[in-house]
Design a protein around this ligand. Structure first.
Ligand code: 5AD
Length: 344
C-alpha cells in the first residue's frame, strides 16, 4: 500500500485496482502514511493556510427532485425564499468588510431566478469588488447561460457530478435528470474558462467502492481546479430519510487520495464533514483540504437552506464566526488566508 501512496505522490496514474485497494485498506500504518503524504503535499503548496469563501445561499427554490436533497421540489415543509439583488449585495458588503475576497453564490435551480437576474447581480458584484473572485453554484444551465455569467465577471463554478456511474446517478435522481447532462455542463464550464469544481457525496445510498473508483478516474480525466466531497447525510423529509450517513473516515481517506492526485486543487473541508463530526473540519484539513466555506447568508434565511439534517451554519461555519474558526485552526497550527486563492 505504501508503494501505491508513493506512486500517487510521484504523479503516477494508478490503476483502478490500486485505487480500489487504497480505498478499502484497513486503518493502520499505510492509511496513516497516506494522510501524512497528503498533508505534506498540501502544505508544500499552501503552507498551513486555509482559504475562506463566503457562501451566500441565494435561493432555496428548486425545480429538481433529487432524492437526497432537503430543498427538493417535492419537500412541502421547506419555507422557500429567494434573495433579491440588494440582499445579495448586502451580503457581499458585509463579507468584504469581514475580509472575504471570494463570494460563492449557491442556490437551487430556481426557475424564477432568471439568467438576466444572475447576469445583473454578477455584473454589480464585479463592478463593486473588482478584487474579488465570484463563484457560482446554480446547477445545470445551457452553455449560453454559463457564457453570459462568465462574461459578466464570474470566475468559478461549482457543480458536483454526484456520481459518475449512470445507473447509480439514476438511483439518486429522478428520470428527468441525467448524468450525461451533468457531464456536459462540466465540460462546457471548463471549456468556457471557469475554474471548475466537481465532486461527490461519500456514502450516498447505493454507492459502491467501484463507483468511487469510477469517480476518481473521472475527476482525474476532468482535472477540475476545485474538488468538493462530503459525507452524505440524510434529510428527514426526503425519500432517503432512513438511509444511513456516509462515513467520516472514508471521506478523509478520499480527501487524501484526491490531494495526492490533484496537488494544486482547491479542496474544501466541507460543511457536511463538519456537521457529522465535531473534529470534521480540522481532520479534513489535516487530511489535505485547504479551503473552508463559512456561511454568509442573511441570518433570517440560514435555517431554511437545509440540504440535510442539522446542517451547520453557525459558529466556525459562519461568516460571523471567523474568529471562532481561527481559534479552531489554532489547535492544529493553521491560519486563515484571506486572499482570493485562485488556482495556480
Ligand atoms: N447530504 C450531503 N450532501 C448533500 N448535498 C445535497 N444533499 C445532501 C445530503 N443530503 C450536496 C450535493 C450538492 C451540494 C450542494 O450539496 O452534493 O451538490
Amino acid at each position: 500500500m505504501k508503494e501505491y501512496v508513493e506512486r500517487l505522490e510521484g504523479g503516477e496514474a494508478l490503476s483502478s485496482e490500486a485505487l480500489r485497494s487504497l480505498l478499502v485498506m484497513p486503518d493502520g500504518d499505510a492509511s496513516a502514511y497516506l494522510q501524512e503524504c497528503a498533508r505534506r503535499v498540501a502544505q508544500s503548496r499552501f503552507s498551513t493556510s486555509v482559504y475562506v469563501r463566503g457562501l451566500i445561499e441565494v435561493s432555496n427554490y428548486c425545480r429538481n427532485n433529487c432524492y437526497y436533497c432537503g430543498i427538493r421540489k417535492g419537500n412541502p415543509e421547506v419555507m422557500r425564499y429567494r434573495l433579491g439583488k440588494d440582499d445579495i449585495l448586502e451580503c457581499c458588503r458585509h463579507g468584504y468588510s469581514l475580509g472575504f475576497r471570494t463570494f460563492v453564490l449557491q442556490g437551487g435551480e430556481d426557475p424564477r431566478q432568471t439568467d438576466d437576474f444572475v447576469v445583473d447581480v454578477v455584473s454589480a458584484i464585479r463592478a463593486l469588488y473588482p478584487d474579488c473572485a465570484i463563484t457560482l453554484s446554480l446547477g445545470e444551465k445551457p452553455r449560453e447561460a454559463y457564457e453570459r455569467f462568465f462574461r459578466a465577471g464570474a470566475n468559478r463554478y461549482l457543480l458536483r457530478h454526484e456520481t459518475y456511474n449512470a445507473a447509480h446517478y439514476c438511483q439518486l435522481h429522478p428520470a428527468e435528470m441525467s448524468r450525461d447532462n451533468r457531464l456536459r455542463c462540466l465540460h462546457d464550464l471548463k471549456d468556457i474558462g471557469y475554474q471548475t469544481g466537481t465532486g461527490i457525496m461519500v456514502g450516498s445510498p447505493g454507492q459502491t467502492v467501484d463507483d468511487i473508483v469510477a469517480d476518481l478516474l473521472f475527476i482525474r480525466e476532468l482535472a477540475p481546479q476545485m474538488i468538493g466531497i462530503g459525507p452524505f447525510i440524510p434529510h428527514h423529509a426526503t425519500p432517503f430519510a432512513l438511509e444511513k450517513a456516509g462515513s467520516v473516515e472514508l471521506t478523509l481517506r478520499l480527501l487524501s487520495i484526491l490531494r495526492l492526485m490533484h496537488p494544486r486543487a482547491l479542496i474544501p473541508a466541507t460543511t457536511a464533514l463538519a456537521t457529522l463530526s465535531p473534529e470534521g473540519r480540522n481532520r479534513g484539513i489535516l487530511a489535505g483540504a485547504n479551503v473552508v466555506m463559512p456561511n454568509l447568508s442573511p441570518l433570517s434565511v440560514r435555517q431554511k437552506y437545509e440540504l440535510y439534517n442539522d446542517k451547520a451554519a453557525l459558529g466556525a461555519e459562519s461568516a460571523e464566526g471567523l474568529q471562532a474558526l481561527q481559534k479552531e485552526l489554532d489547535r492544529i497550527g493553521y491560519r486563515i488566508d484571506y486572499g482570493r486563492g485562485d488556482y495556480v
